[in-house]
Ligand binder design. Structure first.
Ligand SMILES: CC(=O)SCCNC(=O)CCNC(=O)[C@H](O)C(C)(C)COP(=O)(O)OP(=O)(O)OC[C@H]1O[C@@H](n2cnc3c(N)ncnc32)[C@H](O)[C@@H]1OP(=O)(O)O
Length: 202
């Protein structure tokens, strides 16, 4: 497998896979990063690079992961990674380029899109629909029947109550309790929707 991203999330991904998976190469656009966990970092992906195996985009930022996956999707197949200690229902569906980390749970009838991160110990209960490029951060809990729109971040230890719909590109603060639907692009912190930023007056 190839890895794209040699920062914190890249270290986490390499640490999960390199005891059973050969790392063919690690890419990162930052020319100052030369090495990660003992693996040399190649730099940017060269034009017309011929991949010998699947790629995993190990970048935590949802918008960046979307941009890179769109750029590369015609050139390479994206790997999925499910840690041995995760519980992933045989009746749940996963897109491509996703990771389900240590101790995470994804239950019956869940549908996960592409490039989704289910981080350490997060719990996604029955019948949830998770859009592309979503990150469910460590220990977050999604109760049953929840919808999370594309690109949203559900912060660490947040709880989303049953049936709630979180829109696209929302941010849910760490430790929040989300008890109402959240419109596209909004932020929710604690137990409240945050007012949108007002445009700066001319
Ligand atoms: C392995 C990993 O690390 S995965 C990473 C997962 N990432 C996360 O879980 C982070 C989620 N992000 C957060 O919780 C952020 O703090 C956000 C998005 C809620 C707020 O970020 P910002 O908009 O930059 O807000 P900022 O940091 O300026 O804080 C604004 C106010 O909200 C408060 N605040 C910030 N985060 C929270 C929170 N989670 N809960 C309650 N209050 C908060 C701040 O104390 C501050 O209060 P004040 O105005 O009274 O001083």
């Amino acid at each position: 497998m190839y890895i794209y991203g040699a920062s914190g999330h890249g270290r986490v991904i390499i640490d999960i896979i390199d005891s059973f998976e050969k790392i063919h190469g690690v890419f990162d656009d930052n020319p100052h990063i030369k090495e990660i966990l003992g693996y040399p970092v190649i730099g940017e992906i060269p034009e017309n690079y011929q991949f010998k195996s699947d790629l995993f985009i190990a970048i935590g930022d949802n918008e960046t992961r979307m941009r890179i996956s769109r750029k590369l999707k015609s050139k390479v197949r994206f790997a999925n990674i499910i840690h041995d200690s995760a519980i992933f229902s045989k009746r749940a569906v996963l897109g491509e380029g996703c990771v389900v980390m240590e101790g995470a749970i994804v239950k019956v009838n869940c549908v996960l899109g592409n490039q989704v991160i289910i981080n350490t110990g997060a719990s996604v209960d029955h019948d949830c629909i998770i859009g592309d490029y979503v990150h469910i951060a460590p220990q977050a809990t999604l109760c049953g029947g929840i919808t999370i729109g594309e690109g949203s971040l559900i912060g660490a230890n947040a709880i989303v109550l049953p049936g709630v719909k979180v829109g696209a590109w929302c941010t849910i603060g760490a430790g929040s309790i989300v008890h109402q639907d959240v419109p596209d692009g909004f932020k929710w912190v604690g137990n409240k929707l945050q007012p949108p930023l007002l445009p700066v007056s001319q």
